[in-house]
Design a protein around this ligand. Sequence first.
Ligand SMILES: Cc1cc2nc3c(=O)[nH]c(=O)nc-3n(C[C@H](O)[C@H](O)[C@H](O)COP(=O)(O)OP(=O)(O)OC[C@H]3O[C@@H](n4cnc5c(N)ncnc54)[C@H](O)[C@@H]3O)c2cc1C
Ligand SMILES: NC(=O)c1ccc[n+]([C@@H]2O[C@H](COP(=O)([O-])OP(=O)(O)OC[C@H]3O[C@@H](n4cnc5c(N)ncnc54)[C@H](O)[C@@H]3O)[C@@H](O)[C@H]2O)c1
Length: 482
Amino acid sequence: MTTRTADLAIIGSGSGNSLITPFWDDRRVVIAERGVFGGTCLNVGCIPTKMYVRPATLARSGEEAARVDVTLRTEAVDWPGMRDRIFSRIDAISAAGEHYRAVELDNVDLVSQEVRVERLRSAGDTSGAHTLVAADGTRIEATQLVIAAGSRAERLDVPGGDLPQVHTSDTIMRLDELPARVLVVGGGYIASEFSGIFSGLGAEVVQVIRGDQLMRALDHELSERFTAEAERHWELRRGRTLRAVVPAEDGGVTAELDGPDGVERWDADVVLVAIGRRPNSDLVGAAAAGIDLHDDGRIVVDAFQRVLAGGLPVPGLYALGDISSSHQLKHVANHEARIVAHNLEHPDDLRTSRQDAVPAAVFAYPELAQVGLTESQAAEQFGAEHVTTKLQHYGDTAYGWAMADDSGVCKVVADRRDGRILGAHILGYQASNLIQPLITAMSFGIDARTFARGQYWVHPALMEVVENALLGLDVPDGDLVA
Ligand SMILES: Cc1cc2nc3c(=O)[nH]c(=O)nc-3n(C[C@H](O)[C@H](O)[C@H](O)COP(=O)(O)OP(=O)(O)OC[C@H]3O[C@@H](n4cnc5c(N)ncnc54)[C@H](O)[C@@H]3O)c2cc1C
Ligand SMILES: NC(=O)c1ccc[n+]([C@@H]2O[C@H](COP(=O)([O-])OP(=O)(O)OC[C@H]3O[C@@H](n4cnc5c(N)ncnc54)[C@H](O)[C@@H]3O)[C@@H](O)[C@H]2O)c1
């Protein structure tokens, strides 16, 4: 049986891959990957989805053009061309990354298998090694270990749930043809983004949710507005659950839904199940190794990203990204990877990861972006009497007039006592970019009035929606008021 020894072992080639800095050039590193090299974001996540969002947005631009007296018609959508362009680029990056690690770097061993933790260094053991076992029995002994094994799509255990027409985000982007009818189950990030993609590309979309609103984790006003917008663009079936999927004669399926009026049936070419992602702690054998887990299966880490066992940090053991984070966002995984990279290299000068002012954007139609607290979270945390909010409509700014926009909003939540920005929430065109100055203000502790009046804002750019939201808050004057 082969045993490989290393100074550092990494489980997962997504964000974990970035830990292999020049510091390790003279040291041995093993990186294990059970799937496609490069992880979720590159292969089946952020990047390919956004490469579909862009053509879908263009394909529906006739709708926005009509508002400003221009007639645009989308003549054709070339799904196979789009798919091949997207994945020829992505697959090449993945293959090049794998080749670089496996072949070009002498100090790095790539183990293309599932590995499990067999034994961890115990507390106080400063010279031992963590032991991993690969599926073929190969053993890996490493002084330091990083678990960056991510998460995977949840499946629905219903009759017909394993039919080939039933997809998760892992497979739906590689379909041979653009489906004409798509039934989407779920009301979160992935379901909302794909409903926007497929409806934009011209498919008939039916989105099925258990509750009443989409994107329920958002500020309630944004969630309500987004749900109303979605209903303008595709069919939304609220208060329903998928009970079964039955093959149809035309090669598609019939989805049976349980709802308030009994069973209803929808014909579709494909079904997308997007009901959350489960941390892969089970795949690395975390529980059996004695690692502390949250109820949802995430690995427990401290502020330094050190993994805890029995409430105490295990020497030389870190975790990062979806396997331990409550955010399941790539920019969070990347940030945590930078912190872990530093901590691996400087065990006597540990840094903490930043878990405040974490932003998120949903590249749905329309876009959504948020950072910090919702209005109700702020009221709960600080008392409703101390919270002030301003909801600024795009349509009440000069660029909003130019767009003839009737749905975009920017809502800012602040502490009325000192103008501290507590949260910001945007729905509409370019929300993912418009949120950035608000992230800056929150990250650097700049109060709302100082931020609004201490700098120029380009006129009449759409960013004035953010400026006006800040100016509309009932907060004290800050510094540099002009
Ligand atoms: C459809 C979709 C769209 C998304 N869009 C966005 C977005 O726009 N913006 C954003 O911020 N985030 C987005 N995300 C989330 C983002 O992709 C993840 O948060 C991020 O990729 C997590 O990175 P990670 O390094 O923790 O895990 P991953 O990138 O998943 O890497 C973990 C790797 O570990 C491997 N692995 C697991 N167990 C083992 C084992 N036992 N042995 C060996 N290897 C193992 C896996 O195969 C995987 O390759 C999206 C996710 C999806 C699914
Ligand atoms: N733009 C982005 O940043 C982006 C895009 C996609 C995914 N992601 C990340 O990936 C994670 C996973 O995305 P997701 O959309 O799968 O999860 P999610 O948590 O965003 O949404 C899950 C949805 O499924 C519903 N649901 C859960 N169990 C169900 C069941 N048994 N039956 C029916 N509905 C059920 C929930 O009510 C919710 O509406 C997100 O939380 C996000 O962090 C981020």
